[in-house]
Unconditional design. Structure first.
Length: 165
């Protein structure tokens, strides 16, 4: 009978220890559930705030852009000329006289020659352009999160919250 009491005592102590362990486990699970519900409420609030405010960031661009091309030019230019050209010179010439023979004469020329002319200049060329442009800039970007994305995320978080309750 002493053996029976010993086993009964051991089993009673073991049942009490297991009950205490299960109580502690349930208490820890309730605390974790409460913390998870708090986190879900915070996440749902953050998603709601993100839906009202745009997501803003700055993108830094540092890029080299090569430019290699040929620019064809086919154009006709008309240059009007309206100038006066002064001419001051002396022309030496001769003529034959029957009695005197060959006579040399210097004829002075002092005049102004008016020139009025439209000069047409055709241009037909290909200009090659080869360069590398370094683009460095910061571009601010603002993106609003559409309701088509925010609503399903909020519904998913609501389902998780209702499953935890």
């Amino acid at each position: 009978m002493a053996k029976y009491k010993l086993w009964l005592t051991v089993l009673s102590v073991l049942v009490v220890v297991l009950l205490l362990f299960n109580g502690a486990l349930i208490l820890a699970w309730l605390k974790a559930r409460s913390a998870a519900l708090d986190v879900l409420a915070s996440v749902r609030n953050s998603v709601a705030v993100m839906g009202r405010e745009p997501f803003e960031t700055v993108v830094h661009i540092d890029q080299e852009i090569p430019l290699n091309t040929v620019v064809p030019v086919s154009q006709t230019l008309t240059v009007p000329l309206d100038i006066e050209y002064p001419l001051s010179t002396s022309v030496n010439t001769y003529f034959n006289l029957p009695v005197l023979g060959q006579q040399e004469v210097a004829i002075p020329i002092d005049t102004v020659i008016p020139i009025q002319y439209d000069l047409t200049v055709p241009l037909h060329m290909d200009y090659p352009i080869s360069m590398t442009y370094r683009l460095q800039m910061d571009v601010p970007i603002s993106v609003e999160i559409p309701d088509e994305i925010r609503a399903p995320v909020d519904q998913f978080l609501e389902q998780i919250e209702s499953a935890l309750r």
